[in-house]
Ligand binder design. Sequence first.
Ligand SMILES: [Zn+2]
Length: 360
Amino acid sequence: MQFGNSVRFVLAAFCLALVAACTPMRAEEGRKVTKLAEGVYEIQHQPWVNVSGNTTVIIGERQVLVVDTCFQPSAAREDIAQIRQWTDKPVSFAVNTHFHNDHNLGNRAYMDAFPALTIIAHVETKKEMDMFGPGSVGRFEQGLAPFRKMLETGKARDGRVLTADETKEIKNSLAEIDPQVEELRKMKFQSATLTFDHDFSIDLGNREVQVKFLGRGNTGGDAVVYLPKEKIAVVGDLVVHPIPYVYDGYPSEWVQTLAKLVQLDAETFVPGHGPVMHDKAHILLVRDLFKSAVDQWNKKLVQTGPGMFRTQEEAKAAVDLTPFRQRFAGDDKNLSDEFDRRRPTGESRVSGSQHKVKSK
Ligand SMILES: [Zn+2]
């Protein structure tokens, strides 16, 4: 592995620790607005140290609802400026699809701009946001500390002296990241202000929006926002394109939740990250991936009997998802690597709790 790759890998890893969800957007992808229907837009965001989830803007005759509010407050403010060009109606509601903070650290920016804002999340999502949100910046800085130390000492973690290229790469990466960290230091965490546990609907003025909990998957409280008339579903990180994101989810329940998702009468799907989808093919592929992982995992457990896999590597080895790599990544080497890093093991946080991977 090239050192540069390992820097990026470790940076990605601390992004994961920070947000528990980080889909690196490739450099050629920038902030992009896609009109889904009259008054309904998806916004994909610029690459940053950690990429914001997609934001969806739903404009009614009286009020506006946004789904997910970005990782960085400055991105949220850019979106707010954009929304004000589209409409003079206030953003009255923000739905956070889940607790990962690449979807909700912009809450405060929205509340500052629209003080009457109601921020909605599933009850489990609010619980986890309250647990993980306030410490986000500290964890972010902790993740950077080893790189700062490398620069100070001139040595890699294994004690080896850094080459000039390695030093340059770390310096450049930190120079890019530092202003962003500074922005986060000034950010004030704002949690959800209204919770739900099953589903409800809002009329924004000639525009019905349904907010649903279809079951656990990516997290314990994934919200799906559904526009029945427009046949649009905004699904958060239950579905991420191109490579599914699995960090602290519930793979076996995820399969069931995706099965319910594809039953919705929708023709347009907004994933948590990535471009708008106009069919269910990718969702079905993600469902098949998780199903294969879960089935293999369970079969292995029958063979080995109750017990623990001693390491993550052992757990990963129990599940062969090679046939899916090409289907998700094509011939793209970076995507293939990403697939290998992120692929599910099939471990369920609930049904397989007695078989959890033992930490080293
Ligand atoms: Zn995300």
